[in-house]
Design a protein. Structure first.
Length: 223
């Protein structure tokens, strides 16, 4: 979507999510290694660092993400490594800082997306993360606005649904939180018709609650 829209910086995308009570890890924007270490100390370790740049949509591909940082020295070093790595990968990239995020616990990863389809308008997508969404294309779609039954059907119809309900004796993940997330994304897309694409990937689901770990929004140019 880069060629047809404007990439919204992740701190701004997070503020949009917050309007719809969509949970994201505790975080802060740092503009220097020292500030990053200070924020990390306030959040508590471990933390994740992610580059904030209007020219870097896929942060991991450009060396713009470092996870599992356990102290201030590691944070300061990672800040410099991100800055140098991104400049090498995208020489003209404008780096506006680094997002310091509290690292989330392990959980089951899903993906939630949205787009403004040329035929159907705002559309919501759901699937399991990783190979399930990419290799197996195990995803479901519905046209917004969603009713609760629509969101429930989206979750239940994917092939990986048994993983969510606790396959092989495992505890069930929080299906209600997933349904509420889909309903929130539906409302967001209806309210913000300037959004052409929304990608929440991964979303980490727990036995209670969930967290969106990365948010990418594209808007129509000219806004």
């Amino acid at each position: 979507m880069e060629s047809t829209g404007r990439f919204v910086l992740e701190p701004d995308a997070i503020r949009v999510l917050e309007q719809y009570n969509i949970p994201y890890p505790e975080h802060g924007l740092a503009r220097s290694p020292e500030e990053a270490a200070r924020i990390a100390g306030e959040l508590g370790y471990p933390v994740v660092l992610k580059v904030v740049s209007p020219d870097v949509v896929h942060k991991s591909d450009a060396g713009g993400v470092v996870v599992g940082l356990g102290d201030g020295k590691e944070v300061r070093t990672a800040y410099e490594r991100i800055s140098d790595g991104v400049q090498a990968a995208v020489p003209r990239a404008r780096i506006e800082g680094v997002l310091v995020c509290k690292q989330a616990p392990d959980g089951l990863e899903v993906i939630v997306g949205g787009l403004d389809d040329a035929t159907f308008g705002p559309t919501v997508m759901f699937g399991l993360g990783g190979i399930f969404a990419e290799a197996l294309e195990d995803v479901s779609f519905r046209i917004a606005p969603l009713e609760r039954r629509d969101a429930e059907d989206m979750v239940e119809e994917i092939k990986g649904y048994p993983l969510l309900t606790g396959a092989r004796g495992q505890a069930s993940y929080d299906l209600n939180a997933v349904v509420e997330l889909l309903l929130s994304v539906s409302r967001l897309l209806i309210d913000h018709r300037e959004i052409t694409e929304l990608d929440l990937n991964p979303v980490r689901v727990y036995h209670e609650g969930l967290l969106v770990l990365d948010a990418r929004i594209m808007e129509r140019k000219g806004r």
